[in-house]
Design a protein around this ligand. Structure first.
Ligand code: CO
Length: 134
């Protein structure tokens, strides 16, 4: 049901130093900053030949990554994102297979302007999973 790995997301306390690591140390191409107030994060994307790395910095008072950064002050891998063809169909099938969807269960618009959903990490080997319809 899941397709390609779309991105791996890394929460960082500071986006400027996060991007500097990828640009200057690793020599990667990094996108402009994009504020996503409805998701409580500011993001940049590191564009790699086969996938992307999403760097996330908290935005606003109750950012969903604030607690994660309290536990991981230097940053860390926050979620992985798999592509699906039809997000509602994938959701319904995963729910019937016993998976739990975070929030109200309805897709939101993600950083690429496409519908996204998040799945409970306890159901996926301790990893927060994002689904993105492509
Ligand atoms: Co993501």
């Amino acid at each position: 049901m899941i397709g390609k790995l779309n991105h791996v997301a890394i929460a960082v306390p500071d986006l400027k130093s996060g991007r500097a690591v990828y640009e200057q140390v690793l020599g990667a191409e990094v996108s402009d900053e994009q504020a996503l107030p409805e998701h409580g994060v500011t993001v940049v994307f590191v564009n790699l030949p086969n996938t992307k790395i999403e760097l996330l910095e908290p935005l606003g008072e109750d950012s969903p990554i604030a607690a994660f950064l309290e536990r991981n002050p230097a940053g860390g891998i926050h979620h992985i994102c798999y592509e699906v063809e039809d997000i509602l169909c994938a959701r319904d099938q995963m729910v019937s297979n016993g998976a739990r969807i975070l929030g109200d269960g309805e897709p939101k618009t993600g950083a690429h302007g496409k519908p996204v959903l998040f799945l409970h990490p306890k159901d996926f080997c301790g990893t927060l999973v994002e689904l993105e319809q492509v």
